[in-house]
Design a protein around this ligand. Structure first.
Ligand SMILES: NC(=O)c1ccc[n+]([C@@H]2O[C@H](COP(=O)([O-])OP(=O)(O)OC[C@H]3O[C@@H](n4cnc5c(N)ncnc54)[C@H](OP(=O)(O)O)[C@@H]3O)[C@@H](O)[C@H]2O)c1
Length: 257
């Protein structure tokens, strides 16, 4: 049976870089995002460059009914997905009360509900097949409360804790679970002019390369960049009061204006 790696959010940024890194290693892919056209062009390009099979599926993961339809299709197709990369994610920024509720709901639907549901559905399929690997994309923001992007940081804290818990639960089933917590990545999600001017953000390609190597080693927690590893550790040394103030100040300083 042909094996596939399925990547959500594969049309842009980090998801695209992960798709390319996996295709480079000869993996057949299933790419998922909302917009069909970019997925189609990427599928053609990756097939031509790396000679792998690349399927794609346009699906709004924030729409539970569409996700149900997609999962049913996958089940009926009997394709064996032995690597699931949950990379699709959205972010709201600014005062919580000023956000449109629809945007907040989308964030929870995509970052939390869809990710969890995909782990459940494909995790069960992997268990039947005798194993597989799941990579969930969280963020450095997962390690501390994040004023001015409170729901985003909280959604990523969920992804971090859920993934670590799941890893332990599935340890004896042959399903490996890892969680990626990147710091700032130069990508469309992060359109923050002040940050783009700086040079602290890694490129999606750098993060993807680090990640596929870490997946080979079955790392539980993947944090590309030494500085980012320190930043993830720092909240453990500080009181929660100081951490809240600090992350709030940093988030405000880098706010899109
Ligand atoms: N960029 C950073 O600095 C950074 C840092 C830490 C963690 N991360 C995390 O890394 C992941 C990727 O971020 P990125 O910066 O690469 O983002 P990005 O370039 O904006 O890409 C987001 C991807 O998700 C897809 N997507 C968005 N909403 C979707 C939906 N409702 N259903 C299906 N697909 C959807 C988008 O495609 P469509 O628009 O076609 O749907 C796109 O392919 C996210 O989980 C993010 O939280 C990013």
């Amino acid at each position: 049976m042909t094996r596939y790696a399925m990547i959500t959010g594969a049309s842009s940024g980090l998801g695209l870089a992960l798709a390319e890194a996996l295709a480079r290693r000869g993996r057949n892919l299933i790419l998922v995002a909302r917009q069909r056209d970019p997925l189609e062009s990427i599928a053609i390009e990756l097939t031509q460059r790396f000679g792998v099979e690349v399927l794609f599926r346009a699906c709004d993961l924030g729409e539970p009914l569409r996700l149900s339809g997609f999962l049913l299709e996958l089940e009926e197709s009997e394709r064996y997905i032995d690597l699931l990369v949950n990379c699709a994610g959205i972010r709201t920024y600014g005062p919580f009360l000023a956000q449109e509720w629809g945007d907040e709901q989308d964030l929870i639907e995509v970052n939390i509900l869809a990710l969890t549901r995909l782990c459940h559905a494909l995790g069960n399929a992997m268990a039947v097949q005798g194993g597989g690997q799941i990579l969930n994309v969280a963020s450095l923001a997962a390690f501390a409360p994040g004023p001015w992007m409170s729901s985003y940081a909280a959604s990523k804290a969920y992804v971090l804790h859920f993934s670590e818990g799941l890893r332990e639960e599935l340890r004896r089933t042959g399903i490996k679970v890892s969680v990626l917590c990147p710091g700032p990545v130069r990508s469309p999600l992060r359109r923050v002019p002040r940050l783009e001017k700086g040079h602290r953000a890694l490129s999606p390609e750098e993060v993807a390369l680090h990640t596929v190597r870490a997946l080979d080693k079955n790392r539980a927690l993947i944090i590309p960049g030494r500085r980012n590893r320190w930043l993830a550790f720092a909240p453990r040394l500080l009181s929660r009061w100081i951490t809240r103030k600090l992350t709030g100040a940093i988030n405000q300083a880098y706010s899109p204006r």
